[in-house]
Design a protein around this ligand. Structure first.
Ligand code: C2O
Length: 552
C-alpha cells in the first residue's frame, strides 16, 4: 500500500438552506466535507487543523484502527480535543476492509455538519465479488439540517432534561430537496445513463433517525454493509441506521425512459412524535441519453415517478430487511465468527431517568431529567482522555474498570415499566484481556416506549448472531444463533422491544467506545467503553501515542 495524505482545515462557512443562512463548522469550507479515498492496505494521514473557536475531533467511523487507537477520534475517550490553532495528524492503516465508511466530528453535536465519505477500494487487481459495475456514483450521504444552532439544541436537551428539537429537514449530500419549502433548487441529482449497472454508496449521517430509502421504479441490490461484502439480495426499499453504510448496485432502464425518478429517504421510528409530513428528503435520478443532445438535463415536461416507502413505524419491514443480511462466508471472504465464547455479557439498552437538579425545569416523567444508560450506568466523559489514562496506568479518579456485566436486577423488559429505571452516572470501563472472545446480548428496555437503538462499537467489527423480540431467553435463544454466515458490521439496531446478540474477538488493544448512534441518546448517556488489554507479544500491543497528541 501507499500513504495517502489529506489536509482537513476546520473552518466556518456560511450555508443557506430553507431560505436561511447559517454559519456552520466545516472541513475546508465544504459541506458535506471532502471524500477520503484509499485502497485496502494503504496508510492514511489526515492533518487536521482547527481554525474555529470550538474544540474539535474527528472519528473515522468503522476503521478498525488496529493498534492505532490514538487515531480513533472520540473526544475524551481516545484523545483530548484539538483546540483552536492546534493541529493533529491522524495516522492509520486500512486493514482487511473494503467498501464504504465515513468520517465525522466526534464531539458534542458538531457531526451535524462535519462529515464525509470514506471510499475503500479493493487492493489493485482484486475484483469485487459481484459483477463489476459500469461506474461508481458519487456517494449519497443522508443528513439532517437545523435552522437553529445545534450546539444550542444540545445544551437545551441537557439543561432542560427534555427532548431536543427535531431537525427541520432531512438532506441528501446536504440538500433538503423539492418537498421542503424554499428548497427546490437545493435538490440532489444523480445522473445516469440507460442500460448500465452503477455502484451506489449510501451513508446515514443523520443525527437522530434511522431511514428508509428507495428509488422509484428501480431495484437496489445490496452487496456490502459497513465495509464488509454481503450475500447480494435485491430490494425496492432498504433501511439504514445512523452510522451504517450500505453499497448497492443500481441497474438503470435498458432504454432512455422519457421520465425522471425521485429517490426518497424518510425516518423509520416507533416513537417520533407528530405526523410525518414534511419529513422526506427527495433527490432525482436523472437519465441522460448519450445519443441525444436534447436530453442532457432534467426535463420538467417529463413525468416524475415517486417511490412508495413503508409506514414510519413498520418494524416488520425493518426486521425483514435486516434478517436478509448475510456474510459471504467464502474461502476468500470467510466469516470469522467466534465459535466459542470466553465471556458473556447482557446489557440493557435504553432510557432512564435521573432526579431533576435543583432550579431546573425537567421534562422527563414526574419532573425527572431524561437519562440513557447501559446496565443502569450513564457514562460521563472525564476531563482527560481515557486512552491516555489507560496507557499511562493513571486510572484513579479518572475511571473505574468495573462496568457491570449485567443490569442492576432482572425485570420484564418489554412489559409494564419496571421500577428500576434508576440510572447511576460515572466513568466505568469494562476490561477485557487480549483476544477474549465476547458474546454480548443487548436488550431494549422499553422504559419510555419501545425504540430501536443503533449501537456502534469502535475499533471492531462484530457478527450479528441473533435477534428477536420480547425478552431474551438465555436458555433457548442461543440454539437459534447463526454461527455460519451472520452479517459482520460495526453498527447494529437493537430492535424496538427486542434484543440482538453479537460476537467479536477482542484482538485490538485500547479503549473503545460503544454508544447509541442516535446523538440525543449518546448525549443522555447511552454509551460505555471497553478497555482491551495488550497481548503478550510486541505485535499485540497498542503503539505508543504520537508526539502531536492534543493535550486536555
Ligand atoms: Cu460514528 Cu462513536 O461514532
Amino acid at each position: 500500500g501507499i500513504t495517502r495524505h489529506y489536509d482537513f482545515n476546520i473552518q466556518m462557512a456560511n450555508v443557506t438552506r430553507l431560505c436561511a443562512t447559517k454559519s456552520i463548522v466545516t472541513v475546508n469550507g465544504q459541506f458535506p466535507g471532502p471524500e477520503l479515498i484509499a485502497r485496502e492496505g494503504d496508510r492514511v494521514h489526515v492533518r487536521v487543523t482547527n481554525h474555529v473557536a470550538h474544540n474539535m475531533s474527528i472519528h473515522w467511523h468503522g476503521i478498525r484502527q488496529m493498534r492505532t487507537g490514538w487515531a480513533d477520534g472520540p473526544a475524551y475517550v481516545t484523545q483530548c480535543p484539538i483546540q483552536k490553532g492546534q493541529t493533529y495528524v491522524y495516522k492509520f492503516t486500512i486493514t482487511a476492509q473494503r467498501g464504504t465508511l465515513w468520517w465525522h466530528a466526534h464531539i458534542s453535536w458538531f457531526r451535524s455538519t462535519v462529515y464525509g465519505a470514506i471510499v475503500i477500494l479493493p487492493k489493485l487487481g482484486v475484483p469485487y465479488p459481484f459483477p463489476a459495475p459500469h461506474k461508481e456514483l458519487t456517494p449519497v450521504i443522508f443528513g439532517e439540517w437545523w435552522l437553529s444552532d445545534t450546539e444550542a439544541i444540545v445544551s437545551t436537551a441537557l439543561k432542560v432534561g427534555g427532548a431536543p428539537n427535531i431537525s427541520d429537514a432531512f438532506t441528501i449530500n446536504g440538500l433538503p430537496g423539492p418537498l421542503y419549502n424554499c428548497s427546490a433548487k437545493d435538490t440532489f441529482k444523480l445522473k445516469v445513463e440507460p442500460g448500465k449497472t452503477y455502484l451506489l454508496r449510501l451513508i446515514n449521517a443523520a443525527l437522530n433517525d434511522e431511514l428508509f430509502f428507495s428509488v422509484a421504479n428501480h431495484t437496489l441490490t445490496v452487496v456490502e454493509v459497513d465495509a464488509v461484502y454481503v450475500m447480494p439480495f435485491t430490494v425496492r426499499t432498504l433501511v439504514i441506521s445512523p452510522g451504517q453504510t450500505t453499497n448497492v448496485l443500481l441497474a438503470t432502464k435498458p432504454a432512455y425512459p422519457r421520465a425522471n425518478f425521485y429517490m426518497f429517504a424518510r425516518p423509520y421510528s416507533t416513537i417520533r412524535p407528530g405526523t410525518f409530513d414534511n419529513s422526506t428528503v427527495a433527490g432525482i435520478l436523472e437519465y441522460h441519453n448519450p445519443g441525444s443532445p436534447s436530453a442532457s438535463s432534467f426535463d420538467k415536461a417529463l413525468p416524475i415517478f415517486k417511490p412508495m416507502l413503508p409506514y414510519f413505524n413498520d418494524t416488520n419491514f425493518v426486521t425483514n430487511f435486516t434478517t436478509k443480511l448475510r456474510s459471504l462466508a467464502t474461502k476468500q471472504y470467510p466469516a470469522a465468527v467466534p465459535q466459542s465464547v470466553d465471556r458473556r455479557f447482557f446489557f440493557t439498552i435504553g432510557l432512564g431517568t435521573l432526579p431533576c437538579p435543583k432550579n431546573m425545569t425537567c421534562q422527563g416523567p414526574n419532573g425527572t431529567q431524561f437519562a440513557a444508560a447501559v446496565n443502569n450506568v450513564s457514562l460521563v466523559l472525564p476531563s482527560m482522555a481515557l486512552l491516555q489514562s489507560h496507557f499511562t496506568g493513571l486510572t484513579s479518579g479518572v475511571y473505574a474498570a468495573n462496568f457491570p456485566a449485567m443490569p442492576l436486577s432482572p425485570f420484564n423488559y418489554t412489559g409494564t415499566p419496571p421500577n428500576n429505571t434508576h440510572v447511576a452516572t460515572g466513568t466505568k470501563l469494562l476490561a477485557l484481556s487480549f483476544n477474549t472472545s465476547v458474546e454480548l446480548v443487548m436488550q431494549d428496555t422499553s422504559i419510555l416506549g419501545i425504540e430501536s437503538h443503533p449501537l456502534h462499537l469502535h475499533g471492531f467489527n462484530f457478527f450479528v448472531v441473533g435477534q428477536g423480540f420480547g425478552n431474551y431467553d438465555a436458555v433457548n435463544d442461543p440454539d437459534k444463533f447463526n454461527l455460519v454466515d451472520p452479517v459482520e458490521r460495526n453498527t447494529v439496531g437493537v430492535p424496538a422491544g427486542g434484543w440482538v446478540a453479537i460476537r467479536f474477538l477482542a484482538d485490538n488493544p485500547g479503549v473503545w467506545f460503544m454508544h447509541c448512534h442516535l446523538e440525543v441518546h449518546t448525549t443522555w448517556g447511552l454509551r460505555m467503553a471497553w478497555q482491551v488489554q495488550d497481548g503478550s507479544k510486541p505485535s499485540q500491543k497498542l503503539l505508543p501515542p504520537p508526539s502531536d497528541m492534543p493535550k486536555c
